[in-house]
Design a protein around this ligand. Structure first.
Ligand code: FMN
Length: 205
């Protein structure tokens, strides 16, 4: 079994989310899973700017053969897509920024959500091509979005929707409220670790 751990934790060694991502990677390795790491701080995804978007559309929607320059535009997107497709399990870890995923995380989704690779359109509508794969979303946030506030959380809910669109079975672990309740930080992170254990046991068992 292979796993890919994708992290975007710009506070690096000070990041609470990174602690949880590292914990997930250690757990997976202890279960004999081969773990690959993609650090989006060091390997920043490309954006869908005009030339790249045109190359993607022409190749993946219209079936055009691209010339060398057009292929070059898609090189990083294709590398990230192949890396994702090579993994049975993906762990995606990032902090909530402005009620959502950080832009770099969205750019990664925009890179790997390629028509004909991870999802497609069939006669019955959209079809996820990543069936039988599993995605664990590990997110942390300063606030806690429970009850009436849950509509404000577009972070893990969006990641969950995007993974499920590609066919993944998902689990979400949110370490929420670590700035609002600083005295509870250790407790919140410890509860998140237990949830990670449960999710990864279900994914690997
Ligand atoms: C630019 C920025 C935007 C943030 N936006 C939010 C937000 O909208 N909601 C929230 O609850 N926390 C927000 N936070 C707080 C972080 O999500 C929180 O501190 C998180 O635990 C940081 O994770 P880290 O320790 O892995 O860096 C924001 C932090 C930063 C730096």
């Amino acid at each position: 079994m292979k796993a890919l751990v994708v992290i975007y934790c710009p506070r690096q060694e000070r990041s609470r989310t990174k602690q949880l991502a590292d914990y997930s990677a250690r757990l997976l390795k202890s279960k004999g899973v081969v773990v690959d790491l993609l650090d989006l701080v060091k390997d920043v995804p490309d954006l869908l700017m005009p030339e790249r978007l045109a190359a993607y559309y022409n190749r993946n929607y219209v079936g055009q053969k691209l010339d060398a320059r057009e292929q070059e535009y898609l090189k990083k997107m294709d590398r990230m897509t192949a890396q994702l497709k090579g993994a049975d399990i993906v762990v995606l870890a990032y902090p909530m920024y402005n009620f959502s995923q950080p832009a770099v995380v969205k750019a990664w989704f925009d890179s790997v959500m390629q028509k004909g690779e991870t999802w497609d359109i069939s006669q019955g509508g959209y079809a996820g091509l990543m069936k039988a794969r599993k995605a664990l979303i590990v997110s942390s946030s300063g606030g806690a979005y429970e009850g009436d506030l849950s509509a404000l959380d577009h972070s893990s809910s969006l990641s969950k929707q995007l993974f499920e669109f590609m066919g993944y079975r998902t689990a979400v672990v949110s370490a929420a409220g670590i700035n609002r309740y600083p005295e509870k930080e250790a407790e919140i992170l410890s509860a998140a670790r237990v949830q990670i254990e449960t999710a990864l046991a279900a994914f690997t068992g």
